[in-house]
Design a protein around this ligand. Structure first.
Ligand SMILES: *[C@@H]1O[C@H](CO)[C@@H](O)[C@H](O)[C@H]1NC(C)=O
Length: 169
């Protein structure tokens, strides 16, 4: 029964995979310095689950996934992954932290960097991803779009309940 419930939870999580627009309408840009919100503010307004995707939109720029150390120093010399196609869809394939920076160190230092924390599937009630900030100055402005997705858990719970009844009646 527990295995079935886990399966249903996993199925619900996959079915609800969500694509997030990084920076909303603003996209992935070098901050001008007039912004009120950082990319990490944007991340804090969202909840990221395994299999969700991040869509980075940018022009004459790039996006790199890097280590936490390289995130802090805007070091672009050892990226874990690098994308330059202008429209990158990145799948969050595991729980934990993901660090993204612009491939241009100067842009990164101005605040074009992002930490995303993917919540663990068995601990869905942790608070939204919050992230340390490191010497950030300028921030793009974003509209707030909290995309709380609890519906799949209710659906999974309901299905599990229905299956339980079906088993025992
Ligand atoms: C970036 O990291 C590499 C290797 O980790 C190091 O050799 C290099 O000096 C670093 N660059 C900067 C600008 O910190």
């Amino acid at each position: 029964m527990a295995a079935l419930l886990l399966f249903l939870l996993a199925a619900a999580a996959v079915a609800s995979a969500h694509q997030f627009e990084v920076g909303d309408e603003t996209g992935w840009i070098k901050p001008t310095g007039k912004e009120r919100h950082s990319y990490n503010d944007w991340a804090a307004q969202n909840r990221f689950h395994i299999h969700d995707t991040l869509h980075f939109k940018y022009v004459k720029d790039s996006v790199m996934e890097v280590s936490s150390a390289d995130y802090l120093t805007c070091n672009t010399s050892n990226p874990i992954a690098k994308f330059e196609d202008g429209s990158t869809v990145y799948e969050l394939s595991r729980p934990g932290f993901f660090y993204f920076i612009s491939g241009q160190p100067r842009h990164c230092k101005l605040g074009q960097r992002l930490i995303v924390r993917v919540i663990h599937p068995l601990q869905p009630d942790l608070p939204p991803a919050s992230a340390p900030t490191g010497g950030d100055s300028g921030w793009p402005e974003f509209s707030s779009t909290a995309k709380l997705s609890v519906v799949p858990y209710f659906v999974a719970a309901f299905v599990a309940l229905a299956v339980t009844f079906w088993f025992f009646l």
